[in-house]
Design a protein around this ligand. Structure first.
Ligand code: SF4
Ligand code: SF4
Length: 225
């Protein structure tokens, strides 16, 4: 049954795929969904390479179309699982459910991806796929279909690199090496990042994208592609 699911998901055009045991991380309202699926979609390299000094309108359009694709893939996986008699919930590709105290969605995709063994979190707070680098966007599904669990990745691999820390125009990145379980705000200030984008890039993508820390990351060029 798992092999059929893998074949189906791969046929939907994902770049990478992994499974994880979700018992300890699934949001409380879905506690019966103890397994998770994480997948990534690789962004266009020339578009990402082009935003080292700030986002472009082409990047914003690409970002939106990849998010749209992730939501479609997630929905198709959920429908497939439901047809097989299981329950499943897709996490939106990009969603802010709380702006008051902390900017966040219902679940962080990077947590699912690290638990699935697909990569680690960089000093910038970005997920860095161990094969594709940081230029990916992620999708997550919770389900009650029993799935094999991967070995989670528990520590970052930035080492002495500080390129994103020194390149962030909002000075939002602290420069600490990631360890599993670390709060996001120990790595970077999401509020400072968001406020900077809203002001500096309001005419490009309505101030919701930047991407400099992704574009300048050397893991774009050293990861195995
Ligand atoms: S997206 Fe831009 S502003 Fe936000 S942390 Fe990265 S470089 Fe800094
Ligand atoms: S630019 Fe360097 S420090 Fe920042 S996430 Fe990439 S590898 Fe890590």
């Amino acid at each position: 049954m798992t092999d059929n699911l893998i074949s189906y998901i791969e046929s939907l055009g994902v770049s990478r795929l992994g499974f994880f045991g979700a018992k300890s991380v699934v949001p409380n309202n879905w506690k019966e969904l103890e397994y998770g699926i994480s997948f990534s979609i690789k962004l266009s390299e020339p578009i990402v390479d082009d935003i080292k000094s700030g986002p472009s309108k082409t990047y914003f359009a690409h970002y939106r179309s990849v998010n749209y694709h992730i939501n479609e893939v997630s929905l198709k996986i959920v429908l497939y699982l439901q047809k097989m008699g299981f329950k499943a919930v897709p996490i939106p590709a990009s969603q802010t459910v709380s702006e008051k105290n902390e900017i966040s969605g219902v679940f962080q995709h990077r947590t699912a991806a690290t638990l699935s063994g697909l990569g680690w979190v960089g000093k910038s707070g970005m997920f860095i796929d161990d094969k594709l680098g940081p230029s990916v966007r992620l999708g997550t599904i919770f389900t009650n279909m029993k799935l094999p669990s991967a070995s989670p990745v528990r520590s970052g691999g930035c080492g002495s690199c500080r390129i994103c820390v020194e390149s962030c125009p909002a000075m939002a990145i602290e420069g600490k090496e990631w360890k599993a379980g670390m709060e996001r705000n120990e790595l970077y200030d999401a509020r400072a990042c968001s406020d900077y984008m809203k002001e500096a890039y309001k005419d490009i993508g309505r101030g919701v994208v930047c991407g400099i820390c992704m574009s300048i990351c050397p893991k774009n060029h050293t990861s195995n592609k």
